[in-house]
Design a protein around this ligand. Sequence first.
Ligand code: HEC
Length: 397
Amino acid sequence: MEYYVHEWALMLLRWLHVITVIAWIGASFYFVWLDNSLEKPSDPDLLQKGVDGELWAVHGGGFYNPQKYRVAPKALPTNLHWFYWESYSTWLSGMALFVGLYLLNAKTYMIDPQIYAMSESTAILFTFAFLVAGLVVYEAICRFFGRNVWLSAVALGIMVTLASFAACHVFQGRAAFLIVGAMLATLMTANVFFWIIPGQRKVIASMRAGEKVNPIYGQRGKQRSVHNTYFTLPVLFAMLSNHYNMMYNHPMNWLVLVLMMTSGVLIRQFFLLKHKKKINWYFPLSGVVNMLGVFFWIAPKSPQAQAQAQDSAPPSTAEIQVVINSRCVGCHATHPTLMDAPAPKGVILETAKEIDKHANMIFIQVVQLKVMPLANLTHITDEERALIAKWYEGRKP
Ligand code: HEC
């Protein structure tokens, strides 16, 4: 019952997180599009009012005419909408989900003694160290290279590559990908919390005081929001990648992550230019070519080749059961001994009948993807994986 309530809580949290992500990224995509699509007004009245760009749009049966002021309007409107809760609630729900799924199950989902042996509390400490280090390094990059677009892009690329390399050499691949994603997502929310919103508050305070508005706040906010735009697709990829073990299980998973994120940036760049009516196919094409490279690079070896490696007769299910008993049943049992939860995904492998029923999944998880046994906590050998491959191939009529 306790476990059931726990699962409900995580389900609701994940639902909430996706909703807040849509609200935040949706608003962010809209404003980036709006900003890049604005046209200089021709109406002298608008120019007189200080309007620097405007646009006409039709949506949901109505006509809209947003106008952007050069620095700020002459007088503050009584009703001014702010956008920050979308970002904060995304970070808070994401963090809660990460704690519930990973930090509270660090032994099962984060630590792999073959990568780096550490205690659960060390794993938790390292996670927060990653987030804080990300903030510090990013802040330094913005201060030292902020004025130069190319330098800051290269510095951010190096930072993400190092973070990915480090995370993948400390944590299980799945947790490592999420930690890199969480690090970037934390920067994005920090940009809103520490720069964009306080800058806007200062602008409004000086308007209320009747002082001249310093344009530096708008410029700083803009720099941070441009960074956020480029982080968006990489972060979404990192967050979703943990459902696809072919991504995080490769021996050079850190590079897989960096390359996939790069594709995200290239594709985003195409859309940013397109908003400004500049079509440059080089960007999305190089993004796709890059992904194709990853596709072929990490493709699994053909199972036939693995099974045919030895030419004796295929083993029986009873022979396989010996392997399953020692390597899998610690978790995949009615009462698992290796974890504090019911059999994962309801997969129980205690009898030959159950093993036969799950043959296909066993083959995929153990031979093709090599994700089971989880983090290879039970030390399955390559010979045993080959044995399972051969058993699976031999079962086919
Ligand atoms: C340390 C615990 C542990 C061990 C040992 C383990 N598993 Fe799993 N297994 C899990 C967990 C946890 C999941 C759920 C995976 C997830 O949440 O992504 C799982 C999921 C699965 C699934 C379902 C996958 C799906 O997506 O539906 C199969 C099949 C499976 N394991 C087979 C095996 C086999 C075969 C072995 C032995 C070679 C094995 N497991 C060893 C913990 C374990």
